[in-house]
Design a protein around this ligand. Structure first.
Ligand SMILES: Cc1ncc(COP(=O)(O)O)c(C=O)c1O
Length: 395
């Protein structure tokens, strides 16, 4: 078979490899505890499911969805942005629902990138940013995220010619995989940079509602002039435990939203309407589920960070996101360390290199496993520590 180079050169999606490894172990009858994928274990709140079931019974929702989504959904998204961020949006031209944020994140590259073009992408980062750039024929230019710069890209060190040539920049806060957050001062600086170099910004923000210790993440669209240069991607996946329903949105600059809508209208036939009604319910219904989920994640976060520190990893409790980003002990690569945990105690963590080569030296742990599994996972990590210490003291 003669497949396209774009497919042949594509690395496997990192989580596919992890899931395959987990399945192999499970097929052998071994119990595996996984901290790998950021997929909330807590069910979608019942009022949202109720609305979904009700809408599924209506034959009007059995047909192709309306082209660019239900106007009521776009309106609900606009109202949610006002309530949550005090950002007002024109629901007709500045809001576009997506089949999950990932779908839009992939397709937006088709709007910006012609062969040979550059996109600025953070590293470590969500793998879809560089991959979609490459699939559109472009080249990612990696902006390192390092602790010394609070895990924000240092815009001042991007070479002038690269910045001038780049079509757009990806940002993502609260950040996956590092859990870092960004304030309006950084977003204001990014907007200025974008104007200076005539490039656009796509801010990926699916974790703004998953935050701890009273911290409230901001929206990129709150920055001065943000809407002139960019859009924000958001999702109901993590805010309302709706990963399985596949629904998200992009909002902001009307020209970018319009371009994405043009691409999408040639690719998909909309979002199943029953799911759109469920999304309206999520955005307009009671919001107390968010704080309830965050309390659970926060407790897990603290347990995980304490345990990681006790086994010799450096980890800071994140202010937001579903992830703990931990520096592994010297003497291992990220993959070796993750494999060691899997082989020795059946615990799965994501090697930092799944997020690009600047993830080397780190692993990511997700907080989305049920409490009972979490407790078991932590005791296995303690077991790993004790075996290692015993081995060390014998040497
Ligand atoms: C940074 C980031 N962006 C986007 C997504 C995808 O979200 P969705 O489920 O809406 O496709 C994820 C999912 O893990 C993510 O971590």
């Amino acid at each position: 078979m003669k497949m396209a180079r774009r497919v042949e050169n594509l690395p496997p999606y990192p989580f596919v490899e992890i899931i395959n490894k987990i399945n192999e172990k499970r097929a052998k009858g071994e119990e595996v505890i996984t901290f790998a994928v950021g997929d909330p274990d807590i069910p979608t709140p019942p009022h949202i499911i109720e609305r979904l079931c009700q809408a599924a019974q209506d034959p009007a929702n059995h047909r192709y969805p309306e082209a660019a989504s239900l106007p009521e959904l776009r309106q609900a998204i606009a109202e949610w942005y006002i309530k949550r961020f005090d950002v007002s949006l024109d629901a007709d031209i500045e809001v576009l629902p997506l089949i999950g944020a990932k779908e839009g994140i992939f397709h937006i590259a088709m709007c910006f990138i012609d062969p040979g073009d550059i996109a600025l992408v953070p590293e470590p980062g969500y793998p879809v940013y560089p991959v979609s750039t490459m699939m559109a024929g472009g080249t990612p230019y990696y902006m390192p995220l390092i602790r010394e710069n609070n895990l924000l890209p240092d815009l001042d060190i991007i070479p002038e010619d690269i910045a001038n040539k780049a079509k757009f920049m990806w940002l993502n806060y609260p950040n996956n995989p590092t859990g870092a957050v960004a304030g309006l001062d950084f977003f204001n600086k990014a907007v200025k940079f974008a104007k200076q170099h005539n490039l656009s910004i796509c801010h990926d923000a699916p974790y703004t509602e998953v935050a701890y210790d009273g911290y409230r993440p901001v929206s990129f669209l709150q920055a001065d002039g943000a809407r002139e240069v960019g859009v924000e991607f958001h999702s109901l996946s993590k805010s309302y435990n709706m990963t399985g329903w596949r629904i998200g949105m992009t909002v902001g600059n009307a020209e970018i939203v319009g371009a994405l809508n043009t691409v999408k209208s040639n690719v998909d036939s909309g979002i199943p309407q029953a799911i759109q009604y469920a999304a309206i319910e999520a955005l307009t219904g009671p919001q107390d589920c968010i704080q309830h989920h965050n309390n659970i994640y926060q407790r897990r976060r603290d347990l995980v960070v304490d345990m990681l520190r006790s086994i010799g990893l450096e980890a800071e409790p994140p202010k937001a996101s579903l992830y703990v980003w931990a520096k592994i002990p010297a003497g291992y690569t990220s993959v070796e360390f993750a494999n060691d945990l899997l082989e020795q105690v059946g615990v799965v963590v994501t090697p930092g290199t799944g997020f690009g080569k600047r993830g080397e030296g780190y692993v990511r742990l997700s907080l989305t496993l049920p409490d009972a599994a979490l407790v078991k996972g932590l005791s296995r990590l303690a077991e790993w520590r004790d075996t290692r210490n015993k081995f060390k003291s014998k040497r």
